[in-house]
Design a protein around this ligand. Structure first.
Ligand SMILES: [Mg+2]
Length: 219
């Protein structure tokens, strides 16, 4: 039986726990400029925020369509994220190299809370043959379906036509989402989560992607 390993992206293959706020700040400013908005400092801060309701109320005060603003902000963030990865400003972890040989014996997929466009870009950019890549849709609904919601994992399992496997993540939300869809969770230690208590339901704790070959042999 071919094994299946789904991997989170931020903090697992890309260095650092996630997209820095500065990217969303610039993305919000770009979207505001595209729509010709002239926000006050307070409104600009709200447009740069993460939660949809805050963004929505700022858009409404400015007479802008919040869904259109959201779509443009997500698109701008994806362009900026791709530039940072292309230039090497945001690097991959060195142990990603281990995935290249692992792909010969396991089906690999990327499943991330990050934007779908960015996850797709990373899957194409890395020298690893991912069978699927899934991130959040650039809509308020997509933002609500981030892990621990199991939606993204379930969709990927359906796409691959499989029901069992391993999910590798660096947060408790990854472990919770994995459990929800019947995947075993491997909790990966990185500098940013070195001191975080091991989530209760993690089936494995690993220090490097290079250990995944051993994990497959233990299962
Ligand atoms: Mg992560």
């Amino acid at each position: 039986m071919t094994e299946t390993i789904l991997l989170d992206m931020d903090g697992v293959v890309l260095e650092g726990p996630g997209t820095p706020q500065s990217v969303y700040d610039r993305a919000a400013d770009t979207a505001a400029a595209e729509l010709g908005l002239e926000p006050t400092d307070r409104q600009r801060a709200d447009l740069r925020a993460h939660g949809y309701e805050t963004v929505e109320s700022a858009c409404c005060a400015l007479g802008a369509d919040p869904r259109e603003f959201w779509r443009r902000k997500e698109a701008a963030a994806s362009r900026l994220a791709a530039d940072r990865i292309r230039s090497g400003e945001r690097a991959r972890y060195e142990d990603v190299a281990a995935l290249e040989s692992l792909a010969e014996r396991a089906t690999l997929a990327l499943v991330s809370n990050n934007r779908h466009e960015t996850v797709r870009f990373v899957a194409d950019h890395l020298p690893v043959p991912f069978a699927a890549a899934r991130g959040r849709d650039p809509t308020p609904e997509g933002f609500c379906r981030r892990k621990p919601d199991p939606h993204l994992l379930r969709e990927t399992l359906d796409e691959l036509g499989i029901e069992a496997g391993l999910y590798v993540g660096d947060r408790e939300t990854d472990v919770l989402a994995a459990e929800e869809v019947g995947l075993e969770a491997a909790y990966l230690r990185r500098p940013h989560n070195a001191d975080v208590p091991l989530p209760e339901d993690a089936a494995y704790e690993i220090e490097s992607l290079g250990e995944l070959g051993n994990v497959l042999e233990k299962r």
